[in-house]
Structures are given as C-alpha cells and as structure tokens.
Design a protein around this ligand. Structure first.
Ligand code: SF4
Length: 287
C-alpha cells in the first residue's frame, strides 16, 4: 500500500484474484474525477475493491482543503504530544473484516485519531469506547494508544462519517457529503454486517441517508434517541442510536457509565437475537 501511495497510484483490488489493479489516485483525490464516480466505476467494473484498497483512497484524499489543513497543523499544539509525530491525514476504518457490528462515529479527534492514525485511538472518547468493547468481549484489550499497540477487535468494525478531524468537531454539510462516499463503500465491503451502532446525531443521520440510497423505503423518518433501536426490512439490518462518547458528553453527564453499559448490553442482545433466529431456522429446516 505504501509503495502505491508513494507512486501516487491506488491499489484498489485484484482482478479475478490475479494482478493488483492500480488506478491514478491523483485523478480522484484532486477532483479530476469525483470520488463517488471513481468508486462507482471501480465497483461496477471489478466488484473487487478491498477494505485495504479503500483505505489507500482515504489516506490520499484531499477533497476538503479546510479539513486537510486542520489535520496537518495539529502537531505541536498540545504540550503532552509535542514530541510525537502526527498522522495528520484522513483516518480509515479499523476492525474485524467479518464484523457483524459496525460502529460509526463522527470524525477523528484532532489529538486522538488524527495523531495516531486509527479511529478512537489516543483520546478520552476512545478510552470509553475500547473499555466497553473489552468488557463486553469485542476487543482483546481496553487500551488503545497507538496503531501498533496490538489491539484487535472481534465482530466489530469502527469507522467515522467524516475521515478528517474538523475544527470544533463540526464538519460542514459539504464536507460530510464529500466524505460520505467512503462510508457507503465501506458498508458494502463488510458483507457480514448485520447492524450499526451510531454515535451521535450526525452519524445517525448519515447512516439513514445511506439506507435511503440503498433503497430502504422509510415510511416515517427515524428520530435520533439514545438507546433506540430501529429495524429495516429491505436491508435486514438494525440500527442502535447512542450519544457520542465524546469528552463533552461524558464530562457533562449527558452520557453516563450506566447509559453507556446499557448500549453494549443492547448490542449483545441484538447480535445474539439474530443468532438465535438463525439457529431456530436451521433446526426447523432439519426437522
Ligand atoms: S473529510 Fe473525507 S472527503 Fe474530505 S478530505 Fe478528508 S477523507 Fe477526503
């Protein structure tokens, strides 16, 4: 992947399991071809875009100049990280490629994921998230401090609606629209995913837009509410909404430890309910 990036080309997949496919990233990332057209093209032509190939596209993207500048200028602005190199570019998703659960946050933290290069890694929000994932059996560690810290996830894939850290944690609508293609693509590349946990209202709305693009007819538009579960017929997926585990919410008490635990208890029930349903249908077939 690094060779591809250095050569300014994107390794996006494999043609029939053979040679890697390379396409010019510059054409996509610099707007000569829109990212959505580029990704649609690759999906229609090859049906073989991989998650790692998508990560290459994410890392090279510079469609939102305001956000890229904000990411790049973060280094040296927090005393405790002054000696550390910053990732300083878009952050791709992380986790189990066979995940049944996809967790969608808003955007990388400027001194968290934007420093470490991995979602929810190296800041207080990540502390809350990975601690819960560990306690509920979805991670091998509660600690998430760096890309090479040995953390692995089981049955969970974590990503963000927007891949670059935004000023004030507030991406513009244009920036959300520009980046949403990556989320849409990622969701299609997680074939075992059964449901989504969205963190915060903006991620919730972004996921609803994806469902609509996938042809989900929504008779009534879902309303964001902490702990609420929605089920969607056409996509056979569930959606669990939660407040974001940002420091702003956890410090203010908007999101408390019991409320957070309740979300992960619900997650466990949603996954096992699906398993129970599948087992019952398998048993019925055998009888
Ligand atoms: S926010 Fe998304 S679309 Fe915008 S530059 Fe970053 S990766 Fe690209």
């Amino acid at each position: 992947m690094d060779d591809c990036l250095q050569a300014n080309i994107g390794h996006i997949g494999r043609r029939g399991g053979g040679k890697p496919i390379h396409l010019p990233l510059a054409a996509c990332a610099r707007g000569l071809v829109s990212t959505s057209s580029f990704l649609s093209y690759t999906m229609h032509m090859e049906q073989s875009l991989s998650l790692s190939g998508l990560a290459s596209l994410v890392h090279a993207c510079d469609r939102c100049q305001r956000l890229r500048a904000w990411c790049e200028t973060a280094q040296g602005q927090q005393a405790r990280y002054r000696d550390q190199p910053y990732w300083g570019k878009p952050v791709a998703g992380f986790g189990d490629q066979n995940a049944r659960i996809v967790i969608i946050g808003l955007a990388p933290g400027r001194h968290g994921a934007n420093r470490t290069g991995r979602p929810f890694t190296g800041d207080a929000a990540g502390g809350w998230l990975y601690d819960a994932l560990f306690r509920y059996g979805f991670a091998n560690s509660s600690s998430s401090i760096a890309m090479n810290d040995g953390l692995t996830l089981r049955d969970v894939y974590i990503t963000n609606l927007v891949r670059c850290a935004p000023p004030g944690d507030k991406p513009s609508r244009d920036e959300i629209d520009a980046c949403q293609t990556f989320l849409h693509q990622e969701l299609t590349l997680l074939p075992r995913s059964e449901g989504v946990l969205t963190l915060g209202r903006v991620a919730f709305e972004g996921y609803i837009r994806w469902l609509q693009e996938m042809g989900e007819g929504l008779k009534k538009r879902p309303v964001f509410e902490h702990g609420r579960v929605y089920r969607f017929d056409r996509n056979k997926r569930w959606l669990l909404a939660s407040y974001h585990c940002s420091q702003r919410n956890t410090r203010s008490g908007r999101l408390t430890p019991p409320m957070w635990n309740q979300i992960f208890e619900q997650l466990g029930r949603l996954v096992s309910a699906k398993n129970d349903g599948e087992m019952a249908s398998e048993m019925a077939k055998k009888e």
